[in-house]
Design a protein around this ligand. Structure first.
Ligand SMILES: Cc1cc2nc3c(=O)[nH]c(=O)nc-3n(C[C@H](O)[C@H](O)[C@H](O)COP(=O)(O)O)c2cc1C
Length: 324
């Protein structure tokens, strides 16, 4: 067993296709907050698939990254974890909550909530294979007729997990409706290992409410951090010092967007950076005046210089309009 030792109570959720190295670096640049990678497929990493290998490689990052694994074959976890350790992981998280069909059909993700003995075999194998902090992220249950988060949490603890994250939705809920925080509170009561609560936290106040209502040890934030990577540290500061953040200025948002674009370019190269930037730009501009028109233009851009110019132009027009 390793100790659960994190410098913050706040975690950036693992999000496939999103919490890549550029976003992790950007999030870390704002200050404290724990970072989990995108999910890494165990069978692909075991085959040394080059793309997966790159996703799992966190050696160049100067902050601890917990790497999330997803897979359904217990025997593949030993080799996968060995590789992940060599690639610089500071901790291993196992995804037992992903609702996506492709993952579920592969005996992994939230499927494992229906097959608790397979889940137990995976965690036991993982525990044997690493002395790094080991965690499991799962949901409330498969559907409302199969709510087993408490039983599942106890199994994780018995098999040697150091900490767990509970997302208060079932697999059938996908991401809809409200997360059930009561189930998170029940899990917290049932186990001795630290519990991180996840679902619908979109502000420092909501994070505090989750801590109070469920007594969890930490909180994990996903969708609300899209286009607001600074939110993780804002929540940290609020939980630690009661400091409520001021709204970000347009200048601040612009600088973050430009920095993110530069990070994407460095990691993926110009062409991929521009296409990936489209989704981020849409999130960053949410709520800004004339954002719709800007988004419509931005998604047609294929060239990095044009992308930079278009961001600059959008914000200078905003500034001029605000002066009027
Ligand atoms: C686009 C997207 C990708 C996600 N990818 C993963 C993933 O790779 N692993 C995982 O455990 N959860 C994944 N999740 C789930 C989130 O980590 C989180 O549990 C969920 O969004 C609920 O938290 P929230 O209400 O703060 O968004 C993903 C969610 C989204 C929206």
């Amino acid at each position: 067993m390793s100790e659960y030792r994190f410098d913050s109570k706040v975690f950036l959720s693992p999000m496939a296709g999103i919490t890549d190295r550029p976003l992790r670096q950007l999030t870390h640049s704002f200050g404290p907050g724990n970072i989990i990678s995108e999910m890494v497929a165990v069978n692909a990493i075991s085959r040394k698939n080059a793309k997966t290998y790159r996703i799992a490689d966190v050696r160049d990052e100067n902050y601890p990254v917990t790497v999330q694994l997803v897979g359904g074959e217990p025997e593949l976890f030993a080799d996968a974890i060995k590789l992940i350790e060599e690639l610089g992981a500071a901790g291993i998280d196992i995804n037992m909550g992903c609702p996506v069909k492709k993952i579920v059909n592969n005996n992994s993700g939230s499927y494992l909530m229906k097959d608790i003995s397979r889940a137990a075999a995976i965690i036991t194998q993982a525990r044997k294979s690493t002395s790094l902090p080991l965690s499991v992220k799962f949901r409330k249950g498969w559907d409302n007729n199969h709510v087993n988060a408490v039983e599942f949490a106890k199994m994780c603890e018995d098999c040697g997990a150091d900490w767990i994250t509970v997302h208060g939705r079932t697999r059938s809920d996908m991401y809809s409706g409200c997360a059930d925080w009561d189930i998170i509170a029940s899990v917290k009561q049932a186990v001795h290992i630290p519990v991180v609560g996840n679902g619908d936290i979109d502000s420092p106040q909501k994070a505090l409410a989750m801590m109070h209502n469920t007594n969890v040890d930490g909180v994990m934030v996903g969708r609300a951090a899209l286009g607001r990577p600074w939110l993780i540290t804002q929540i940290h500061n609020f939980l630690e010092q009661g400091v409520l953040p001021s709204s970000p200025t347009n200048d601040f948002i612009k600088e973050v967007m430009l920095k993110h674009l530069a990070g994407l370019k460095e990691y993926y190269g110009e062409h991929t950076a521009v296409s990936l930037a489209r989704k981020y730009v849409c999130w960053y501009c949410k709520g800004l005046r004339n954002a719709c028109r800007f988004r419509e233009k931005f998604v047609l851009i294929n060239d990095i210089k044009q992308a930079y110019n278009s961001i600059e132009e959008f914000f200078s027009t905003l500034e001029e309009e605000e002066k009027e």
